[in-house]
Design a protein around this ligand. Structure first.
Ligand code: FAD
Length: 541
């Protein structure tokens, strides 16, 4: 083997992302063990990471973002769909849109019903509450005093967001003052992961305090190339850092936290994956596991864009006068749009009668923008008029895809094949969502507010025209999951309910890849919850 044995640790955590940082923080707090965290990206020094509106700047920045692309999607007019992923300390929690949404109780009860004991809603609610330092204070639904600060934005949102909520009520949705409360159903403002107007990433909340204990060593720009085995026991990892190949040994265990694209890639590169794929790339088989990389799920989103009669966030972010105004509000009090997510309003609703829970998520952005082409310009440019958008995102898509290595080169991007809209039911649900957006635009409040419908355009509301527009314009909201899914059956699942990789010893996976099904909401909070759960399992609690 090339490289040198540098040092031995109890635990090696691969990936300082949403789940990885939580685990590092909890293991360090438990005391006594030596922990190594290996992160492919750099330290999170860029100010655009910490300024919430900096989202627009990190979105296309290869210095902190893997900037993946899917295969051409036949369900989406042959388009390749952009898949940003954080490649920096904090992982995707350092570049995401910060919406804090835990999903629905029934999602987790569903995980438990599949045989995953210990993952039902009461079990995970306890972990969420422990994680949270919630603006709304401690209650049956929220925690206070935990490491992760959650901001209630209800009094800080743009005036157009309040009008969106009013329109939602006129469309028949209930008002929900707490989208992480007793129910997620209804329309309201999103809670976000910020603290004092700055982004609260998993690194800020968990890893930075852990580094101060002296028990954690963080190596950045260290790309883990494979897990090393002694027979079927994982004993260390190999990584490439600054042109050098290095090996690190773990006495207790290795935890993969590379996320839903990279964790299956690392397993496959290490000889754990579908036998035929490994043979194709001449990788020695440690365990033939056909489920590694399969069961890919993601949330698609589809928006309608309007020109507004009233000023929108575009009027704050584009002209110099607006920029000065919002910069001053931020500098003197960390307030205003620079401290918020672009997704300010939203909620969840049932698309048809007979459903026992919401199946569509709503987003409202008091902003409209043109997305630059990846690698052309590192930001999203607000449109030169007052604009806003409403969007729908089906919560529980049935389409499934996969992730597979293309080459034995660990630096080569894997093939990402989501098969978006391959299930006809997913097209149907998005279509009902599109009609809902058309109805929302017909409410008295939006009728007064809207000057013109820009996308899809007022004459494009037939089923056929809307389906065509969905195929032309729907996009990912970046919730890939399921590629190392958890479950009892080794033929169909990658990790067991204790997150141990089936068929080998000393190796767990803990990140969004283990979700048996994608939660009905955003995936950042659930990924961190998986980190909390993994910490308990590792510590034997
Ligand atoms: C642009 C964007 C917007 C989003 N908006 C929201 C939102 O508003 N709300 C929400 O809840 N969710 C959002 N998400 C999704 C959410 O952020 C992710 O689901 C979640 O952060 C995933 O956590 P994770 O731990 O699985 O992986 P990540 O947080 O992505 O962490 C994986 C880490 O592993 C590292 N890594 C990978 N491979 C290697 C390797 N070979 N060697 C070493 N290190 C490696 C990566 O660099 C990364 O740091 C968004 C995501 C993106 C990209």
């Amino acid at each position: 083997m090339e490289g040198s044995v540098l040092d031995a640790y109890d635990y090696i955590i691969v990936g300082a992302g949403s789940a990885g940082c939580v685990i590092a923080g909890n293991l360090a707090a438990a005391g006594n063990s030596k922990i190594l965290v290996l992160e492919a990206g750099p330290r999170d020094r860029s100010p655009w990471i910490h300024l919430p509106i900096g989202y627009g700047k990190t979105y296309y920045n290869p210095a902190v973002n893997w900037m993946y692309e899917t295969e051409p999607q036949s369900g989406l007019a042959g388009r390749k769909i952009y898949q940003p992923r954080g490649k920096v300390v904090g992982g995707s929690s350092s570049i995401n849109a910060m919406v804090y949404s835990r999903g629905q109780a029934a999602d987790y009860d569903g995980w438990a019903a599949l045989g995953n004991r210990g993952w039902a809603w009461p079990d995970v609610l306890r972990l969420y509450r422990r994680m949270e330092d919630h603006d709304l204070g401690a209650s049956a639904w929220h925690g206070a005093g935990g490491p992760l600060h959650i901001t209630d934005t209800s009094k800080a949102v743009h005036p157009l967001t309040d009008l969106f909520i009013k329109a939602g009520l006129e469309a028949g949705l209930p008002f929900n003052p707490d989208l992480n409360g007793e129910t997620t159903e209804g329309v309201g403002t999103y809670q976000i992961t910020t603290r004092g107007g700055l982004r609260e990433s998993a690194a800020g909340a968990y890893l930075k305090p852990a580094l101060k204990t002296g028990r954690v060593r963080l190596e950045t720009e260290a790309l883990v190339t494979r897990v090393l085995f002694d027979g079927r026991r994982a004993i260390g990892v190999e990584c490439r850092q600054h042109g050098q190949l290095k090996t690190f040994h773990a006495g207790a265990e290795i935890i993969l936290c590379g996320g839903a694209i990279n964790s299956p890639q690392i397993l496959q590169l290490s000889g754990i994956g579908p036998g035929s794929l490994l043979a194709e790339h001449a990788i020695e088989v440690v365990a033939d596991r056909s489920a590694v990389g399969r069961h890919f799920q993601d949330h698609l989103c589809y928006d309608h864009v309007y020109i507004s009669k009233l000023p929108s966030l575009n009027d704050d972010l584009l002209p110099l006068s607006g920029k000065i105004r919002v910069a001053l509000a931020y500098l003197f009090g960390r307030r205003g749009p620079l401290s918020l997510s672009v997704n300010q309003g939203g909620g969840f609703y049932r698309s048809r009668a007979g459903l026992d829970r919401p199946d569509i998520q709503l987003y409202f952005s008091p902003l409209s923008y043109e997305k630059a082409q990846p690698r052309v310009r590192a930001l999203m440019k607000p449109d030169p008029f007052s604009g806003f958008s409403t969007s729908v995102s089906p919560c529980r898509p049935l389409s499934r895809g996969y992730v597979a290595i293309r080459s034995p080169d660990p630096a080569a991007a894997p093939k990402i094949e989501p098969n978006y809209l391959s299930a006809p039911e997913d097209v149907e649900t998005l279509l009902t969502g599109a009609h809902f957006l058309c109805g929302l635009a017909e409410t008295p409040t939006f009728k007064t507010l809207v000057d013109r419908e820009l996308k899809p355009g007022g004459d494009r509301h037939s089923d056929a025209a809307l389906i065509d527009d969905i195929r032309q314009r729907a996009y990912s909201v970046f919730h890939p999951s399921g590629t190392c899914r958890m479950g009892l059956d080794p033929a169909d699942c990658v990790v067991d309910p204790a997150l141990r990789v089936h068929g080998v010893a000393g190796l767990r996976v803990a990140d969004a890849s283990i979700f048996p099904t994608v939660p009905s909401g955003n995936t950042g909070a659930p990924a961190m919850m998986v980190g909390e759960k993994a910490s308990e399992l590792i510590l034997g609690r």
